[in-house]
Design a protein around this ligand. Structure first.
Ligand code: PRP
Ligand code: URA
Length: 210
């Protein structure tokens, strides 16, 4: 297992994820739950953000107090299911910048096909947190990170909801320098590259397209 792999086992995350896995979870509830989990995952993935000191005038006196250092971080959403996680991350960090990488997984080859790429011009001065709920074969996230690395963010981390052991291994081979945070590590992939037990197709469940 990748050294930089972190399982977020907070009880609230685990409880909400169980509700999402239920095939009868309605679309609106599914979307709300992924947003809530994303906020909790954002809390974990930002634990090591650097702090600086700033002077603040309280009603009683002046003090030196901690404040986030450097440029605001950037969330990168892997379209389209990444947008489900993005909303909750922005609830916690509304001033973050946002980039998008459009990828879909070819259903026959399971290879990622890029159709869109837009990140902030000054991404090379920012930390990037890439969000996509599913790490299955890892083809999509590996391709997203390979593309993003061309623009040299200060640091890259990945946040997903569910990961398959096959995907974690493949991603670790491709990008051993990129930490992965996930809410669960499931059992395996099926023949169509779906995570078991999983939650189905994340994009379809967030947007009710199937
Ligand atoms: C899903 C998911 C990931 C990818 C994971 O996207 O959101 O991006 O599959 O699978 P992988 O690890 O095997 O690449 P999908 O291609 O279904 O596109 P969508 O988000 O537009 O629905
Ligand atoms: N993409 C999904 O949305 N779900 C899976 O289980 C695998 C890839």
């Amino acid at each position: 297992m990748q050294e930089t792999f972190s399982l977020v086992d907070h009880p609230l995350v685990q409880h909400k994820l169980t509700l999402m896995r239920d095939k009868n979870c309605p679309t609106a509830h599914f979307r709300q739950l992924i947003r809530e989990i994303a906020l909790l995952l954002a809390y974990e993935v930002t634990r090591d953000l650097p702090l600086a000191q700033t002077e603040v005038q309280t009603p009683l006196e002046t003090m030196q107090a901690p404040i986030l250092a450097g440029k605001k971080l950037c969330f990168i959403s892997v379209l389209r299911a990444g947008n489900g996680l993005l909303e909750g991350m922005l609830d916690l960090i509304p001033s973050a910048r946002v980039g998008h990488i459009g990828l879909y997984r070819d259903p026959d080859t399971l290879q990622a096909v890029e159709y869109y790429y837009k990140v902030p011009e000054d991404i090379s001065e920012r930390q990037a947190i890439v969000v996509d709920p599913m790490l299955a074969t890892a083809n999509s996230l590996s391709a997203a990170i390979t593309r993003l690395k061309q623009d040299r963010p200060v640091k890259i981390k990945v946040v997903c909801l569910l990961a398959a052991p096959e995907g974690v291994a493949a991603f670790g081979e491709a990008h051993p320098d990129v930490p992965v945070f996930t809410a669960a590590l499931d059992r395996e992939l099926n023949d169509h590259g779906y995570i078991l037990p999983g939650l189905g197709d994340a994009g379809d469940r967030i947007y009710g397209t199937r």
